[in-house]
Design a protein. Structure first.
Length: 156
């Protein structure tokens, strides 16, 4: 085969066009660029889906597991409403219902102790003049120092 004759404009071919048997620089660059871009978009996507869970974990929310489940549902089902619900739950602080209930339980426990103390003093001093009954809760341990009182269950 003879050496082909080049056209006069063939010497002005752009640099990104590969010559015969040469390496395609544009293809190599775009391949690497596409791989890096897709990887970065995936990382941002997963970090964005983990945002509500991180918020709830940093704030030490009670509903942390619910936020995690909603985030996973949003990730696997592609329903954005789950992600929005998780974000709202992580951002909002739900009221603490356990503190008032614990205060009520402590008060009832203290009342039960004071009634038990009054009934014991009445039994020991029945018929003799006695001292005035103690004030409710006076001298009794409260809080974490208080012994646990378990109600008696009658079986019939």
């Amino acid at each position: 085969m003879a050496n082909p004759v080049l056209h006069e404009l063939a010497h002005h071919v752009p640099g990104y066009i590969a010559g015969p048997g040469g390496e395609d620089v544009l293809f190599s660059f775009l391949s690497v660029f596409l791989l890096v871009t897709v990887t970065l978009i995936g990382v941002v996507y997963f970090k964005l889906h983990a945002l509500p869970e991180k918020m709830a974990h940093n704030e030490n929310h009670v509903q942390f597991q619910l936020v995690g489940v909603l985030s996973l549902l949003a990730l696997f089902t592609h329903n954005n409403i789950f992600w929005i619900a998780a974000l709202l739950l992580a951002a909002a602080r739900l009221p603490d219902f356990t503190a008032p209930l614990q205060a009520i339980a402590d008060s009832v426990r203290e009342l039960a102790r004071s009634k038990a103390a009054v009934s014991q003093t009445e039994k020991t001093s029945a018929g003799t003049p006695s001292e005035p009954p103690p004030q409710p809760g006076a001298g009794l341990p409260t809080g974490a120092d208080a012994p646990e009182i378990k109600p008696e269950v009658s079986r019939a």
